[in-house]
Design a protein around this ligand. Structure first.
Ligand SMILES: *Cc1c(COP(=O)(O)O)cnc(C)c1O
Length: 222
């Protein structure tokens, strides 16, 4: 298993164009698997549950960067603040405000991505594109002092229809570019577009992703 994980990491590295960063999504996987990926040079890991993330942190070397990628409940925010290099899955303004408040209490600054909902499914979380645009045009984002808005995260529809997947990614990329170039061009750190998973990352990269989140293609099925 260890050799397989290491092999898959090197393989992915070889395939991913330069300028695109890889998050190894290690949710539900044992620490040995993460250590194998680490040994292959992987440094960014993605977790979707606060408790699991907090348990894993001390078991990996301290130069690991942790990304939170799951739906975050507001009552778990306090535990998470200060533990991650990036919270990718901020899916509402309410959550954003809680992160702001808890970061202020800890006198720190949290790096976040705003999750935009482009998939045609009821179950997916995130800002609708028009909600996200309104958040920026209203200027409310300027009141965030303890949050750094670093970009956008999106997931495509869960479908085998690759044209649909491409359309979803294209829509998310358009929102990202609009915010970055038109609505909030002075946000110089707003430069991450996180999209693409094991089954669809090449399409995401074609559509402009510069951060991809790959789990099962590295660690096997969950
Ligand atoms: C689980 C998960 C992934 C990784 O999915 P795979 O299909 O295993 O690559 C990526 N992003 C998010 C938000 C996830 O929850």
């Amino acid at each position: 298993m260890k050799e397989e994980i290491m092999e898959r990491i090197s393989q992915l590295r070889a395939e991913i164009p330069s300028g695109v960063e890889l998050v190894a999504v290690s949710k539900f996987k044992p620490v040995e698997d993460l250590l194998a990926a680490y040994e292959a040079g992987q440094r960014i890991f993605g977790e979707s549950r606060v408790r699991e993330l907090i348990e894993k942190i001390p078991q990996l070397p301290s130069d690991v960067k942790w990304h939170f990628i799951g739906h975050l409940q507001t009552n778990k925010v306090r535990q998470l603040i200060g533990k991650t290099s990036l919270i990718e899955s901020v899916d509402s303004e309410r959550l954003l405000n809680v992160i702001e408040e808890e970061s202020r209490k800890k006198s720190c600054c949290s790096n976040v991505l705003l999750q935009v909902h482009v998939a045609r499914e009821e179950t997916k979380f995130g800002f609708l594109p028009e909600e996200l645009e309104e958040f920026f045009t209203s200027g409310r984002y300027k009141s965030l002092k303890n949050i750094k808005l670093c970009g956008i995260m999106a997931m495509a529809s869960n479908t085998t229809d690759l044209q649909r997947v491409r359309t979803d990614f294209r829509e998310a990329a358009a929102v990202f570019r609009k915010v970055a170039t038109e609505l909030a061009p002075h946000l110089t750190d707003f430069n991450i577009l996180s999209m693409g998973m094991s089954g669809d990352w090449p399409i995401a990269v074609e559509e402009g992703a510069n951060l991809i989140r790959v789990g099962s293609a590295i660690f096997g099925d969950r």
